[in-house]
Write a protein that binds this ligand. Structure first.
Ligand SMILES: Nc1ncnc2c1ncn2[C@@H]1O[C@H](COP(=O)(O)OP(=O)(O)OP(=O)(O)O)[C@@H](O)[C@H]1O
Ligand SMILES: O=P(O)(O)OC[C@@]1(O)O[C@H](CO)[C@@H](O)[C@@H]1O
Length: 303
């Protein structure tokens, strides 16, 4: 089974405003509330692709109920730990530019935190866990490291999509995939990423430190895949961007779904790009048909 873990889910409140005047009253043209949080997005796309998945993490309050109900309606399996505090609401302001205002996240007690660890103790070597997104400040500083240890002790495999020290500390445990975008890669190495040579150099370092596969995603400019057998550049299909929130998560879902079936990283990379782009061209996350219709437009070549 492919499990996803979202420590800090959200309702994504997508607000379209033609022009934003700070300090004035602005009227929305339209708005949309969607279940959010990176792992939840990954599971929604896996489910869309027909791949069995279960989504885990912490949900609470009326906001948590909204997400739980949405997933039930969509048929996405979940087993969340119920917390006392409310799940956060993240604002995605769409105007001439996309502006995001993300909440810090709810209070999570030690007892609630322990219950997720106990869930992961039941994993087996046939399982893969995708750990995605930020960690609410209430959780212990080394919580991600604790999760990685439990997953490895259970002989399961994992993917991690987070930033900074939590990502770095997980690399020696050989995640199947890490997928920083260019900004996250720069932050990881406290370096400027100004050229393709910089992307290639720092991407290779992630492999050297321990990742099995690395994708550096570059939005409309495509992505680079680093494997132990070569490096590949994938071009993003062209289209009209409607809402790029979740494009990165969709890419992880596409890659993982295909890789777990065929063990072919190039085929997986192609489905990853098609899934990411299909989501960027949709209001919500992509639908299966949109992903498959983009798949034959994705070009990948060795570099
Ligand atoms: N403007 C776009 N046009 C075409 N494809 C896109 C666009 N934006 C994203 N994608 C697709 O989605 C993939 C992941 O996007 P991106 O690099 O923005 O990830 P990310 O920064 O993790 O995204 P997010 O945080 O918005 O989920 C890209 O490699 C590409 O395939
Ligand atoms: O605060 P985090 O966990 O880093 O990011 C959360 C988030 O921005 O990521 C998803 C898109 O990738 C959204 O659904 C959600 O609002």
């Amino acid at each position: 089974m492919i499990y996803t873990v979202t420590l800090n889910p959200s309702i994504d409140y997508i607000v379209n405003v033609s022009q934003v005047d700070l300090g004035k009253l602005n009227k929305m043209e339209n708005d949309l509330k969607l279940p959010g949080g990176k792992g939840i997005n990954v599971s929604r796309i896996l489910h869309e692709l027909g791949i069995p998945t279960k989504t885990l993490g912490f949900l609470g309050g009326f906001t948590g109920d909204f997400i739980k109900d949405w997933l039930i309606n969509e048929g996405v399996e979940s087993d969340f730990i119920t917390i006392q505090d409310d799940t956060r609401i993240n604002i995605k302001l769409k105007s001439k530019e996309e502006t995001e205002i993300n909440g810090r996240g709810p209070v999570i007690s030690q007892e609630e935190a322990n219950r997720l660890i106990q869930q992961l103790e039941r994993l087996t070597e046939n399982d893969l866990v995708i750990l995605s997104g930020s960690k609410p400040p209430a959780l212990p500083e080394d919580y991600y490291q604790q999760l990685v240890k439990v997953i490895k002790d259970s002989h399961a495999n994992f993917i991690i999509d987070t930033t900074g020290e939590d990502l770095m500390a997980s690399l020696p445990f050989h995640p199947l995939l890490v997928k920083p975008n260019k900004e996250e890669l720069a932050e990881l190495f406290q370096a400027e990423i100004a050229s393709m040579d910089d992307v290639l150099g720092y991407g290779k370092k992630l492999l050297e430190i321990g990742a099995e596969h690395v994708i550096v995603s570059m939005a409309g400019e495509g992505a680079i895949l680093f494997t132990r057998n070569g490096i590949f550049k994938g071009e993003s299909p062209k289209g009209t961007v409607k809402n790029s929130v979740g494009a990165g998560d969709s890419m992880i879902a596409g890659f993982t779904g295909e890789y777990m079936q065929s063990k072919d990283p190039i085929k997986a990379f192609k489905l990853g790009i098609a899934s990411g782009s299909a989501t960027a061209f949709s209001d919500d996350l992509a639908k299966n048909n949109d992903i498959l219709s983009l798949l034959n437009k994705v070009e990948v070549r060795p570099i």
